[in-house]
Design a protein around this ligand. Structure first.
Ligand SMILES: [Zn+2]
Length: 206
């Protein structure tokens, strides 16, 4: 699976992203960027979440006003793996301890560091796998609109997934969850304050 902005994977009507690119640079948005294939779906998303519809090569895009939305999702719709890729090729897809792909090496130890800090350092240096979180969901206000997808490489989102799945465990069917863009900030070693938004999912208490 390729994390290209714009394209919507087969089987989905739209894709949610936390980032856009302006002049080739990643830009954090106040709301969600939703790439959709169909103008009717785009207008419905804008009705539900506020925002504007733009025409795009793949169909349409919605820049939403709201950064938080109720979604329906089941445990089977959430996947988490670690991957080291180069262009379109992946030569290391694992669950953090054993390989998932290449298929022939499935189940063998992958050699990734066990601690989060070491994993992040290896990824920053370009020799370690990064998380790939995929969440397939439906909009709680418009179930029939079809399935949307969110792909994210956020370490914080990845770290939260086991608890989300454990909370869902009791429910066989879809659970009502909240998907939001959470504002984070940190200060660089040079003293510059950086703010960004990352996706967050939580099971909505019933
Ligand atoms: Zn690994």
């Amino acid at each position: 699976m390729k994390h290209m902005p714009g394209d919507v994977a087969e089987g989905f009507v739209g894709r949610f992203s936390a980032m856009a690119r302006v002049d080739g640079r990643p830009v954090t948005l106040s709301g969600w960027r939703v790439a959709v294939k169909d103008q009717t779906v785009a207008r419905k998303v804008a009705d539900l979440l506020g925002g504007s519809v733009f025409t795009a090569t793949h169909g349409a895009e919605v820049m939403t006003e709201r950064d938080s939305l109720p979604i329906m999702v089941s445990a089977n719709d959430i996947s988490l793996c670690m991957a080291l890729r180069s262009g379109n090729d992946s030569w290391h897809v694992c669950d953090g301890s054993t390989l998932l792909r290449p298929e022939g090496d499935r189940g063998t130890p992958c050699g990734c560091a066990s601690g989060l800090r070491e994993r992040r350092a290896a990824a920053r240096a370009g020799r370690g796998a990064v998380p790939e979180v995929t969440i397939a969901f439906r909009l709680a206000g418009a179930i029939r609109l079809g399935a949307f997808v969110l792909l994210s490489s956020s370490w914080d989102l990845a770290a939260s997934i086991p608890l989300v799945l454990a909370t869902m465990e009791d429910c066989r069917d879809s659970s009502l969850c909240t998907l939001r863009l959470r504002r984070e900030e940190f200060t660089t070693s040079g003293g510059v304050l950086v703010t960004y938004k990352r996706p967050e999912i939580s099971v909505t208490p019933q």
